[in-house]
Structures are given as C-alpha cells and as structure tokens.
Design a protein. Structure first.
Length: 197
C-alpha cells in the first residue's frame, strides 16, 4: 500500500468545516473534492464513503471537544469554568464570532439530519455520549479535589450541562438576542451554584 500523498489531518479539518457548514445532504461529492483539494477517488480510497468522510470529521470534532471540556473543567473556581462552558455554548464568549455561533454543534446538527439512517444515528449518539463522558470525567476530578459537593451526582450534572449547551447552541443559531441567551445561562448557573462548595 502506497503512503498517502496528502496531509490527512488537514483534509479531515477541511471535511469538518464542510460538514459543519453545509450538513450531510447539503454537500455534493463535487463540493467535497473542491473543499479538500482531493479527487473523488482519493477521498473514497482514504475514507471509503461519504459517511466515512463525515465520521472522520466527527471523530476529530468529538476528540477536540472532549479535550477542551476536560481542560476547562480543570480550571478553578469550577463555577467560573462551567459558566465559561455555557457561555461558549451560547456563542457569548471571546472565542466565538457570529459565524461560529450560527454553526451550532456539529454532532447535534448531524444527529438532527441523520436520524433517518440507523447506523449514522447510533454512531453520532455514541459520539455525543463520548462528549458527555468527558464532561463527567472533568466533574468527577473536580469533586475529588473538593470543588463540588460530595453528594452531587456528576453523571446527572454532566447530562444537565450537555443538555443546556445543546439547547443554547440550537437557539443561538437563530440569531437570538444575546441578552436572552445570557439570561438562560444565568438560570442554569443557579443549578451549578447549588452544586459547588
């Protein structure tokens, strides 16, 4: 087997951007070849199918999301770290411009679109669970360090935070009033404050 004559990570980054911007059905193979700079045969040889291209993009997105959430949750005070996560979900922090805010969550977007395909739906659901697991892992470390109350169920709190972020991302895509998004974050933070020491 010949070594690949392209930077695979660079191509995956371009695939991620393409699927994030246009979704699955919104992308033709011609658009994928144009955006990656690879021929159709090279894409199929590397990823097997259009679904394989999507999965490579999502694998990368999920891994980066897990790393980012675990890193944020390692910050103290934990209350400030969680608020930063929620503000990021709403597109209200310095790391998000309006264009990024309107993209939402790649996994959430694709779950909504690919629910009709059982294999893709299961795969994407597992990726979302992987992200939730990373949040729970970060919360468990915080709890072990005394930043969260010992009676807090980190699995329930991680699910709550994931649901809040997904909801904020969806609403933010509609160009919602930032003040209303901020109010939603503030309300979610009342639950968080009841959990921290």
């Amino acid at each position: 087997m010949r070594p690949r004559e392209f930077d695979e990570q660079q191509v995956i980054d371009r695939l991620q951007k393409a699927f994030w911007s246009a979704g699955f059905e919104g992308l033709s193979l011609e658009q994928l070849t144009e955006q990656t700079g690879l021929s159709r045969s090279s894409l199929y040889n590397a990823f097997g199918s259009k679904s394989g291209m999507m999965r490579a993009a999502v694998d990368c997105y999920a891994a980066r999301s897990c790393e980012r959430f675990e890193a944020v949750l390692a910050e103290r005070p934990i209350e400030t770290a969680i608020e930063r996560m929620l503000l990021g979900g709403a597109g209200l922090n310095e790391a998000h411009d309006d264009g990024a805010r309107r993209l939402g969550c790649l996994i959430g977007n694709l779950i909504a679109e690919r629910a009709v395909d059982p294999k893709d739906y299961v795969y994407l659901s597992e990726k979302l669970a992987q992200v939730e697991g990373a949040i729970e892992s970060g919360l468990a470390v915080a709890q072990a360090q005394g930043a969260l109350k010992p009676e807090v169920a980190t699995d329930a709190l991680s699910r709550f935070l994931l649901v809040q972020m997904q909801g904020l991302r969806l609403v933010a895509k509609t160009s919602a009033d930032p003040a209303r998004l901020r109010a939603a974050v503030d309300l979610a933070m009342t639950v968080v404050r009841a959990s921290v020491r």
